[in-house]
Design a protein around this ligand. Sequence first.
Ligand SMILES: COc1cccc(CC(=N)NC(=O)c2cccnc2OC2CCNCC2)c1
Length: 389
Amino acid sequence: HRHKFWETQPVGQFKDLTDTSLPEGPIETPTAISEVKQEPYNLPNLYEWVTCDMNSEDTCAEVYNLLSNNYVEDDENMFRFNYSKEFLRWALHPPGYYKAWHIGVRVKSSKKLVAFITGIPARIRVRTDVVSMAEVNFLCVHKKLRSKRLAPVMIKEVTRRVHLENIWQAAYTAGVVLPTPITSCQYWHRSLNPKKLIDVGFSRLGQRMTMSRTLKLFKLPDSPATPGFRKLELRDVPAVTRLLRAYLMQFVVAPDLDELDVEHWVLPKEEVVDSYVVESPEDHKITDFCSFYTLPSSILGHPTHSILKAAYSYYNVSTKTPLVQLMNDALIVAKQKGFDVFNALDVMRNESFLKELKYGPGDGKLHYYLYNYRIKHILRPSELGLVLL
Ligand SMILES: COc1cccc(CC(=N)NC(=O)c2cccnc2OC2CCNCC2)c1
């Protein structure tokens, strides 16, 4: 009824939540690859599958335009994610990626791209179990093709192609509740450019607050406070990998990142991802690290502003600098770079700095899911060490 499709899938079902006899781990056992459906699922007649080569400028532009006009909007339909082409190429080309997992649907006659879904390979640890998974993302169906039940067949097709690579689990997020979240995170926003945020309706002037009082409230210093705070460089990757691996061990679910992963995911990339280290002035050791990714949103129907420049907290590790000070330095450099807002989920240890750094709660939740992997108890957001793009 409500979840006609998801009730047919190997995911935690709501009815099983109370059945504590069910073991933690894979729900269905892997099959031989020869057992996996060899041909693509059937699409409605007018449409055909296409593999999207994101290294092709034309294809990347088609994907960009589809997402820019049809991807996720906020609950009030005032903003829509506007992932850049550079960001999409970065997000979809991590070490070991499969081009076949970048799946499009075209109209046979016009060749117009009308739907998209992607997977990338990732090693995700669940407690002590490191599992090869697909991170599924960017599911998008053109606004004019909604309710044609295209999403279920796209999910089945990406699952089939993931199975063909002998991978049987996946991780994904959604703004809606599906069977069954492993955790549900609250998102928070820290104003950097409060005047613009109020102009475009992202924020409202607090009660008993004037604009000048609001500007003062969110004002930040011109430069970071922490001595040794600097941009991450290639030479820092081994040290940051050690720092990050040790830090992520405390969480129940977290990526198992090696140096190549860290180099791909956190080496600074203009307008895509920014990352900073704290190099101790005494002994030049890397003691802390913070990072955020660039995900602008289109502002729908505003007369003078068209883009909201948003930074999203990514991975942050503090071993010497207090996390709150490290994250305030992240706000300072984000403001210097012209971001309007800095977003964070209440995952990992983020709860410890959100209120102190004047984040306000967002009006929605981001739910995390595992495919074909049952966990015994729903996690607290602070037990989650995984940030998806
Ligand atoms: C401000 O523009 C928006 C445009 C579309 C949706 C939303 C609300 C929203 N759904 N936000 C999030 O999902 C979110 C809030 C904080 C941190 N990460 C987030 O989502 C990330 C991770 C999941 N994939 C999308 C980006 C806001």
